[in-house]
Design a protein around this ligand. Structure first.
Ligand SMILES: [Zn+2]
Length: 301
């Protein structure tokens, strides 16, 4: 069996493994991701002596105060949300692509304000044009997105998602939802009788709601601004992210591949206008680098 098939088989089994490992979804997730990260995940605190807080407690803490969510808890929440994402879309089976996106993302994340997080990047096997992040350093892009961008554009998207993580934007949104009592309502309405052993029903409900409704719009603009600066700091053309936004602006509103991204973000035109104001001409000296197709990086000219 070729490596892709093996990876894919492991990943397909992964969602079941997640459900089966009631006490530690992150362990199962770490096992999956270790296969796509060369040398494993040295920073992932899987063997941390501190017991993971009970998942019910995490939702409770979110409702009380974000100050209670220290970094290990933030990472734990991220693992659970990453499992929610992987439960709906598996990782793509192309190992070379996974390694490339991981290397690229890790390089960009090293220039961020939180380089010490256990950053993990993956490509989801989905034709849509989407990117997702979860607290603690999990970032996923879809295959449909990777197929439509070059390296600088991908770096810009990853930088945008990295900024959501470093700014704790998901935690803020989750806390707002949890405080509104949404978890309880959603659990009651959607998850009756659902045997999701790995993740608390409340966290699963919050996560699904979060990824379908999106983040605070102000946080999206911040992720654009900071993302452009971060990509530039990592050595990429700062106009990568604006180029992606132009692509989004041009997308037909009824194109199903773009529906989720367009629905969960401010209009691309407004994002471009705000970026133009924020960037001015300050980063122009860093632009104009030749475009690097991703296929070229993967040796498929
Ligand atoms: Zn965003």
């Amino acid at each position: 069996m070729n490596p892709s098939r093996i990876l894919l088989a492991a990943l397909c089994a992964g969602s079941f493994a997640l459900a089966a490992q009631a006490q530690d979804p992150g362990k199962a997730l770490g096992g999956l991701l270790r296969q796509i990260v060369p040398g494993g995940l040295p920073n992932l605190p899987q063997a941390a002596p501190r017991p993971s807080p009970a998942t019910g407690d995490l939702v409770q803490m979110l409702t009380e105060s974000l100050a209670q969510i220290d970094e290990p808890r933030e990472i734990e929440i991220g693992r659970q949300l990453a499992a929610v994402l992987l439960g709906s879309k598996p990782l793509h089976g192309d190992m070379a692509l996974q390694r490339y996106v991981n290397r690229l993302g890790r390089w960009v994340s090293l220039q961020s304000t939180r380089p010490q997080l256990p950053w993990t990047f993956g490509v989801l096997d989905d034709p849509g044009f989407n990117a997702f992040a979860a607290p603690g350093g999990y970032v996923f892009v879809t295959r449909g997105l990777v197929d439509r961008v070059d390296e600088a554009e991908l770096a810009g998207i990853l930088a945008h998602e990295i900024t959501h993580v470093t700014g704790k934007h998901h935690l803020k949104a989750l806390a707002a939802k949890a405080r509104a009592g949404l978890a309880t309502q959603l659990v009651a309405s959607q998850l009756r009788g659902n045997a999701q052993g790995a993740i608390s029903a409340q966290m699963l409900a919050l996560g699904r709601n979060l990824y379908s409704s999106g983040l605070d719009q102000g946080d999206e603009y911040e992720a654009d601004r900071e993302g452009v600066a971060l990509a530039a700091r990592a050595g990429f053309d700062p106009y990568g992210l604006p180029a992606v936004l132009q692509q989004l602006r041009a997308a037909a509103p009824d194109n199903p591949l773009f529906t989720l991204t367009l629905a969960t973000h401010p209009p691309a035109q407004q994002r471009l206008e705000r970026l133009e104001v924020a960037m001015g001409a300050r980063l122009d000296a860093l632009s104009g680098k030749p475009s690097v197709p991703i296929a070229q990086r993967l040796g498929q000219r």
